[in-house]
Design a protein around this ligand. Sequence first.
Ligand code: 13P
Ligand code: SF4
Length: 340
Amino acid sequence: MTTALERIRTAKRELGQDVVILAHHYQRKEVVEQGDFVGDSYQLAKYAAASNARRIVFCGVHFMAEAARILARPEQRVFMPDPRAGCPMADMADARDSVVALTRLREMAGEKRRIIPVTYVNSNADVKAVVGHAGGLVCTSANAPKALQWAASKGDLLFFLPDEFLGTNTANGLGYLPVARWNPHEADGGLTTDKVRAARVIVWQGYCHVHTYFTPAMVAAARLKYPGCSVVVHPECKPDVVAVADGLGSTSYLVDAVEKTAPGQTVVVGTEVNLVLRLANQYPDRKVVPLEYSLCPNMYRTTPEKLADLLENFDPAREITVPEDVVAGARLALQRMLDL
Ligand code: 13P
Ligand code: SF4
């Protein structure tokens, strides 16, 4: 029987330059191996914007494929092997609630403050559009400090959504304090006018369950088990975990940190487990261990079988589209990031 990998190889040979396969670092190993380009969300967005392929196949989660769709030319088409692969954190903020929050924050902050919104790329396209129209920009974990600095040069109150922890960790790193939390399920975000007026950054109360799973006790246990190890974590982790880690940074930073670990040394990595296990395989001369097994079930939805099905049929149900009225605002916010 023909295997999925054989079907993919045959389809790729037949399709040639017509198709490019982009794979996020968190994809399972067998999918990453089929990628023409593998990267973090920032690298993949840039690659999609520059690609000449007529069809872009995105192995990742929905907001990433949406970003590729927005940045690609109109005649290009973007597909996902499984379009149901979403991101629960992205779904924690919708456009309507984001507009309500921005409007209310402007009223509470008073006329003298100018609010600039910054949305993590892990957000749906309509939220990016709200942010773009309000003079803000998109960031990824790789450029969050730069994006916040850009926003701080345009206004004096920053509104970061939807990841409370990337927002808080980045603000802490830059000394943009105090940080207040907007709870979208409470009136006025659960904040008072005084709290809003005192704040430098307001963060939306959203989170990634894959990264908030990590705890300081796990870091302590790793240090006991691997004396002398270094511990590096993704900025979607909670600040109490960041406080006890040796390094903090985006997916590309974590890949780099493993690459720079000397042979014979141990590095413990607090991020999605598929990436960590792949790095462990890639660098057998050093010990690369996951802080704990924490898997993104949405990233895991993409399988070689689904990729093979897509490459053979390009079923329109797997095509990613973004409503016309959303594209312009979302592109504005994404382009501001790419121009940083
Ligand atoms: P990167 O922006 O580092 O690729 O990560 C995306 C993501 O979903 C992290 O959980
Ligand atoms: Fe979303 Fe977290 Fe999965 Fe990244 S790891 S796609 S933030 S659920």
